[in-house]
Design a protein around this ligand. Structure first.
Ligand SMILES: *Cc1c(COP(=O)(O)O)cnc(C)c1O
Length: 440
């Protein structure tokens, strides 16, 4: 095993210059906060191009990509078939604002993969998908309260940007200025994987609750899969009280398996979730997302029903082409490669961290995994927060110097692609060993 690639300096002059320029015109210089490297320190790398599993930044440095655009680049960058589909679609039109065959084909592909989903509505971001699913759930039930779980992220929807108040079953507090107390106050935040808290909350307020929304398997506090029986309990308790169950598969959908987390865990006892949300992989790197479920429920949406939902660019032909081409190429071989790559990386972490005495815990949801810098199982957000974030920052930069770009936060999954070939894996494995030795 060798790592004879260059060790880059921490200083990245071109990115530093671009960041300064960006900060003049974009808050913090970034269009999504995690990109700013605040939790690991240092200068975010401005990227110029990518191919397969590799990224090149503005200084011409090459990095192995373990972010994969936070999941969408499941086939790697610049997959020739996806590229061809995008170019062909763009030749036809960038946008019609009218229906097209392509968006029907994308909807058919999703419906074919996820059994309980009979219809989908396409939107442009995961945030829009969850926001619309919540509106539909409220419209269909005539209720307003939503239950979510601490540490689960569902996009920056007002009602879903709520933190747990003190006590288990209190109404949520706004997680951000600008979220009205009235919006957060319609949200109840419960600890993940806590069936007793769920039951107690429904016993008290069941008749007010429109929906329970959960990450199918949590990936936004690091990877925390539902404990055995948790999804069943969500289904049982919500159904008992006439509330809907919304499974947010924006991250896990089409990544954990051909049919997402649902395909791995199977249908909960008592029936499938009522609504699903998708994003990331299904857009193939373009802005496309969706929410869907039973046809009778989806019929509540305009123009069939009274619940309004719309989008100028929804079902955009270029995005739909990228998403469809990506999903069509997500074959069994692709999922097998994701498993192999993830297992090789996780084994390297276990091996090197153990050798160098770094406490760690790896957790999985299918091929999706993350590394917690702590010992012991993580089953809730409180557990996830109890790790060595400072050590992660040092490890992150040790990896970056060795040409591996991890997600810049210890609360994120490591994303791989089917284009991560043996050379990519060897590069990562060598960097993990050298970085672990450095930071231990
Ligand atoms: C990324 C994500 C979202 C938000 O999607 P955007 O496209 O960033 O708006 C929602 N839910 C989950 C589970 C996600 O991982």
């Amino acid at each position: 095993m060798s790592n004879d690639g260059p060790v880059y300096p921490d200083d990245a002059p071109a990115s530093t210059q671009l960041l300064a320029r960006a900060r003049e015109v974009i808050p913090g210089g970034v269009n999504s906060p995690v990109r700013a490297f605040r939790s690991v320190g240092g200068t975010p790398r401005f990227m110029e191009r990518a191919q397969g599993p590799w990224l090149w930044d503005a200084d011409g440095r090459r990095y192995l990509d373990l972010v994969c655009s936070w999941g969408p680049m499941i086939l790697g960058h610049g997959h020739p078939d996806v590229r061809a589909a995008v170019l062909e679609a763009a030749e036809g039109s960038f946008s019609f604002g009218m229906p097209t065959a392509r968006e029907v084909a994308l909807a058919e592909e999703i419906v074919a993969r996820v059994d309980p989903v009979e219809q989908v509505r396409l939107v442009s971001s995961g945030t829009e998908a969850t926001m619309s699913a919540i509106r539909l759930a409220r419209g269909a039930t005539g209720r307003s309260v939503v239950v979510k779980f601490a540490g689960c992220y569902h996009g920056h929807v007002d009602a879903l940007l709520a933190s747990a108040g003190s006590g288990v079953a209190t109404f949520g507090l706004p997680d951000s200025p600008g979220v009205p107390a009235s919006a957060a106050g319609e949200t109840i935040v419960l600890p993940y994987n806590d069936v007793a808290a769920l039951e107690a909350t429904f016993a008290e307020r069941g008749s007010e609750i429109a929906a329970v929304i959960t990450e199918a398997a949590a990936g936004n506090m690091g990877v925390v899969p539902p404990a055995p029986g948790f999804t069943d309990a969500l289904r049982r308790v919500s159904a008992e009280h006439g509330a809907l169950l919304v499974s947010d598969e924006v991250m896990t959908g089409f990544r954990c398996s051909p049919s997402g987390w649902f395909g791995l865990e199977g249908e909960p006892a008592g029936g499938a979730p009522d609504l699903f949300t998708f994003g990331k992989v299904m857009g193939g790197g373009f802005p496309a997302a969706a929410f869907g479920g039973r046809a009778d429920l989806m019929a509540q949406l305009a123009p069939e029903g009274p619940v309004y939902q719309a989008g100028t660019l929804s079902g955009n032909p270029v995005a739909a082409a990228a998403g469809l081409a990506t999903l069509q190429r997500c074959t069994d071989e692709v999922y097998q490669r994701l498993d192999e790559v993830s297992e090789a990386l996780a084994a390297a972490v276990t091996d090197s961290f153990t050798r160098h005495g770094i406490p760690h815990r790896i957790q999985w949801a299918g091929s999706m995994f993350s590394v917690f810098l702590r010992e012991g199982a993580v089953s809730s957000y409180d557990d996830a927060k109890d790790q060595d974030a400072e050590l992660f920052g040092r490890f992150f930069h040790a990896m970056l110097r060795r040409g591996v770009h991890l997600p810049p936060s210890c609360f994120e999954a490591w994303f791989v692609s089917a284009a991560h070939d043996d050379e990519a894996v060897e590069h990562a494995v060598a960097a993990i060993e050298a970085s672990a030795a450095e930071v231990a």
